[in-house]
Design a protein around this ligand. Sequence first.
Ligand SMILES: Cc1cc2nc3c(=O)[nH]c(=O)nc-3n(C[C@H](O)[C@H](O)[C@H](O)COP(=O)(O)OP(=O)(O)OC[C@H]3O[C@@H](n4cnc5c(N)ncnc54)[C@H](O)[C@@H]3O)c2cc1C
Length: 469
Amino acid sequence: MSDTSFDVVIIGGGPGGYVAAIRAAQLGLKTACIEKRGALGGTCLNVGCIPSKALLTASHHYHACAHEMGSFGIKVGKVEMDVAGMMGHKDKVVSDNTKGIEFLFKKNKVTYIVGAGAITAPGQIEVTAKDGAKSTVAAKHIVIATGSDVTPLPGVEIDEEVIISSTGALALPKTPKHMVVIGGGVIGLELGTVWGRLGAKVTVVEFLDRILPFNDGEVSKQMQRLLAKQGMAFKLGTKVTGIAKSGKKATVTVEPAAGGNAETIEADCVLVAIGRKPYTDGLGLDKVGVALDKRGFVQIDGHFRTNVPGIYAIGDVVGGAMLAHKAEEEGVALAEILAGQHGHVNYDAIPAVVYTWPEVASVGKTEEQLKAEGIAYKAGKFPFTANGRARSMNEVDGFVKILACAATDKVLGAHIVGPNAGDLIAEVVLAMEFGAASEDIARTCHAHPGLGEAVKEACLAVDGRPLHT
Ligand SMILES: Cc1cc2nc3c(=O)[nH]c(=O)nc-3n(C[C@H](O)[C@H](O)[C@H](O)COP(=O)(O)OP(=O)(O)OC[C@H]3O[C@@H](n4cnc5c(N)ncnc54)[C@H](O)[C@@H]3O)c2cc1C
């Protein structure tokens, strides 16, 4: 096999692509990964999960120093925010992480090809380098892992200064006075939280009548209440009909989603966060006949195969939960299948986290879904007000809710609003992966005093026997 001929070539070096590449190489397949961004890690490491969490952590510390230390008996002098310093922290975290993936490629002998890949025929990819130079690589298996991009708002031009996408919101040079966030989903709430903590007035405009529309209804209500307490304003059931930009300002025109009188909102920053769409530009999929669905996602079967033999797809570009860890699981499963093993992803146990404060974490079915599907269930709930560790942290907002099958007690879903919810959910994901009953978690010894005791207590509550409420 020549240097331009591989067992597996992956187009896209995001969490789906780079993880698939590492796993394929571990399994002895000669592997290359083509990435055009100039840095590995995809949306997640460069303009998604990692920079947003770097800014969420930095702004959380700032807010805690400025407003919360007194309640712990700590006197703090004048606290000042250095936005440039905060961006420096974020840039360093991103750069260290992306370089880390390059190191992992070298360690695992994955060939990293910098450039844009286009499939010219099954088994053949043309790579265009930044300087326009073209080369060709051959592959037994081609994996499309090209991810997703920001969904634009029709008629609205994103300039990344006044009207921004999530990418612009991760790099603002100063705190806006009034940020209007269009979209009350995960990305809008996380980035609205960052700038709200740094002093911006934040107004969230959401078309639906609730924020976090994919979460359990009780979670959405609780989070709206808690975020409103933090100063975030909400205009729900409201649609944006236009944004007029004038210099460094924007006027957002909105009206009730159900119809009614229009009103305008003045802002100096508008964040468009209405979702993400599959990204397949320039891949040449029409030429090789790879089928897309109506929304542009690459269509695959249960083994990640497209309709063209030898071409596979994973991650955001195939739809489903557009999350980094889902893309990673698919990358591992596909690499194992290509190596003759039995890779598999359990889509019923994919956690989802919103990194606001408190955090929101969920896995499995919501109460609304169980009702719609006619599944009889029992719910157990435990508030963080009754958890000793949460009280010692002054973090008593939120609850753990466990949903279990009424007949078998098998855990069907978990919904947590609370401190470190994103880490607490792992226990329930593991339980679901093992097909555990809520009784199994309830009988598991949890360290005291720990936030995890709230998970145990919620499981006890499924059977009506919590010990601390
Ligand atoms: C602000 C924000 C915050 C987020 N926070 C989280 C979070 O906290 N947790 C979470 O799980 N998810 C989060 N996500 C979602 C997460 O980033 C994505 O689900 C994940 O990155 C998808 O991985 P992927 O490998 O499918 O695609 P991507 O990460 O999008 O990677 C695709 C890569 O393919 C490259 N590419 C595209 N076309 C070509 C081509 N023709 N040739 C070569 N290269 C190409 C692109 O340059 C890109 O680097 C967030 C997203 C955003 C925007």
